[in-house]
Design a binder for this molecule. Structure first.
Ligand SMILES: Nc1ncnc2c1ncn2[C@@H]1O[C@H](COP(=O)(O)OP(=O)(O)O)[C@@H](O)[C@H]1O
Ligand SMILES: O=P(O)(O)O[C@H]1O[C@H](CO)[C@@H](O[C@H]2O[C@H](CO)[C@@H](O)[C@H](O)[C@H]2O)[C@H](O)[C@H]1O
Length: 475
């Protein structure tokens, strides 16, 4: 039996503080070395040589702000004989702690076969886990339509899982379900009080019978450090399907005409907006509502300008664009995707475009992301993404895909407007402001995560604010 996990965890906080900033999902890169405390933990499974724990860390930055991170850990005997599967996991050690009976090594539980199984066990059994300061409970969604994959049932032995590679703000694993379609289980890393929009929105679309999202199947809730939120969710996995970012990069490089596909994507986004409005309602965009949202964009601009000097140089012109948005009428506000880009769109040969990851912008507080907003923001997000395609083709291949991007942007816009209605000068003023706001967000995101890519949003900001740039032509 491994000894006192609480003490072992406390002894690991220094090592965790050094390990966290190197993780892809760590949202506070560049903000200095944090201090880490254990906010809560619960035992998930004790196997032969590994104890898997659900762990939530309170991460305090040098500026005094604190964020909760979900970091399930596996504790192993440092010198234990490891199975072939464990060796194949290649989990990088986070730290080693002296303990009675020999040193213990801590690793990211999701990087171990046994750890993933332990995390999935409560979800598969519809059960929970509890420990000091933390409670976990799972549930399956009742209203899944007939098209949804069957809810998983606890398989005998260790379920077949693998970790998903690639750019992610959270951590996802694929679960093979015997006799059924595979599921993808996403573990949310940054925890904030309130329901996760990913679960709420995709759950509502699934319940409404939409095939434009993977069917949401189940989720787990977490109570820790005075907050209640979602810990993870399980949804249908569409295997072997490319995302629209990869498809677009290839087609832009090859110079293929994007018009038909982008028109269809515009229509898909309009359809999802219509279904979300029907399921979760709309709010009239009164002057107070509009002023609040314009103020939020101005705050974001001010905060980013303080951190990214190149944005500060454009600040006055950007302020003008945002102010113009406050002077035109807005369509009704509603729940929407909130961080829509081409990497969040799958190109399914059977279903057409399928939208993913309704969590909203990871750098924005959850409470703000859960407010209804102007749905044109999603269109603006995709317009920005098409500009990113041209930027990435230039960065990676030194080639010019500007004409491709301009045609794709026009087709996307036309497809959305034809399906959703609207259009006209006022819509262009709003789109210009939302694209500018998104490019400001991207400048901060890239400065923190991928400094090599910072020139892409900066070039867009320069274009958007150039004297004589027409509203809506800025991407
Ligand atoms: N249901 C799904 N079917 C197939 N691939 C998926 C599915 N969900 C996510 N993916 C893949 O995983 C990637 C990351 O998923 P996403 O929901 O965007 O996670 P994160 O919040 O961590 O960024 C996506 O870009 C996509 O390539
Ligand atoms: O997918 P996430 O929710 O993690 O979104 C974050 O990361 C995205 C990058 O992976 C980032 O998107 C930006 O880069 C994309 C190309 O990699 C581009 O298509 C997007 O238009 C651009 O915004 C996203 O902003 C960020 O929130």
């Amino acid at each position: 039996m491994l000894p006192g996990p609480g003490e072992v965890l406390d002894a690991l906080t220094g090592a965790l503080a050094l390990w966290l900033p190197a993780q892809r999902w760590y949202a506070h890169k560049g903000a200095g070395t944090p201090q880490v405390a254990i906010a809560g933990w619960a035992p998930l499974r004790l196997a032969a040589a590994q104890l898997t724990l659900e762990v939530v860390l309170a991460v305090r930055l040098p500026d005094g702000t604190e964020t909760l991170y979900q970091v399930p850990l596996a504790l192993r005997r440092a010198e234990a004989e490891r199975s072939a599967a464990e060796i194949a996991d290649e989990a990088e050690p986070i730290g080693v702690v002296d303990a009675p009976g020999g040193p213990l090594c801590a690793v990211d539980a999701l990087r171990t076969t046994e750890g993933r199984a332990a995390l999935l066990a409560p979800l598969l059994a519809g059960e929970g886990a509890a420990g000091p300061g933390l409670g976990l409970s799972s549930y399956l969604l009742a209203a899944a339509p007939p098209s949804a994959p069957a809810p998983p049932s606890a398989p005998a032995g260790i379920p077949r899982t693998r970790l998903l590679d690639g750019e992610q703000s959270n951590t996802s694993m694929i679960l093979e379900v015997e006799g059924g379609a595979p599921l993808i289980v996403k573990l949310f890393r940054v925890l904030q009080d309130g329901e996760n929009p990913d679960v709420v929105l995709q759950g509502a679309l699934t319940a409404a019978g939409s095939t434009r999202v993977p069917a949401m199947v189940g989720a787990a809730r977490l109570a820790v450090a005075g907050i209640r939120t979602h810990a993870l969710c399980a949804q249908e996995f569409l295997p072997g399907v490319e995302d629209a970012w990869r498809v677009s990069l290839r087609e832009a490089t090859a110079g293929e005409d994007p018009a038909a596909a982008m028109e269809a994507l515009g229509a898909t986004v309009a359809e999802v907006h219509r279904d979300l409005a029907a399921a979760l309602g709309t709010v009239a965009a009164g002057s107070e509502e509009v002023a609040h949202r314009v103020a939020a964009m101005r705050t974001r601009l001010a905060e980013t300008a303080a951190l990214v000097p190149q944005v500060a140089a454009q600040r006055d012109a950007l302020e003008d664009l945002l102010a113009a948005a406050g002077d035109v009428p807005w369509p009704a506000l509603q729940r929407m995707h909130g961080d829509l880009h081409l990497g969040q769109v799958l190109a399914s040969p059977q279903r057409g475009w399928v939208l993913l990851d309704f969590e909203g912008e990871p750098l924005r507080p959850l409470a703000e992301r859960s407010l209804p907003d102007c749905p044109l923001r999603d269109l603006a997000g995709l317009l920005r993404s098409l500009d990113y395609v041209a930027g990435a083709v230039r960065l990676q291949h030194g080639a010019d895909a500007e004409a491709w991007a301009a045609r794709a942007r026009a087709a996307l816009h036309a497809g959305y407007t034809a399906a959703a209605g609207g259009g006209g000068r006022e819509q262009e003023v709003l789109l210009a402001a939302f694209e500018a706001d998104k490019a400001v967000y991207e400048a901060l995101y890239e400065a923190r995560n991928r400094p090599d890519w910072l020139p892409i949003p900066l070039a867009a900001l320069a274009r958007i604010t150039a004297p004589g740039a027409a509203a809506g032509s800025g991407g």
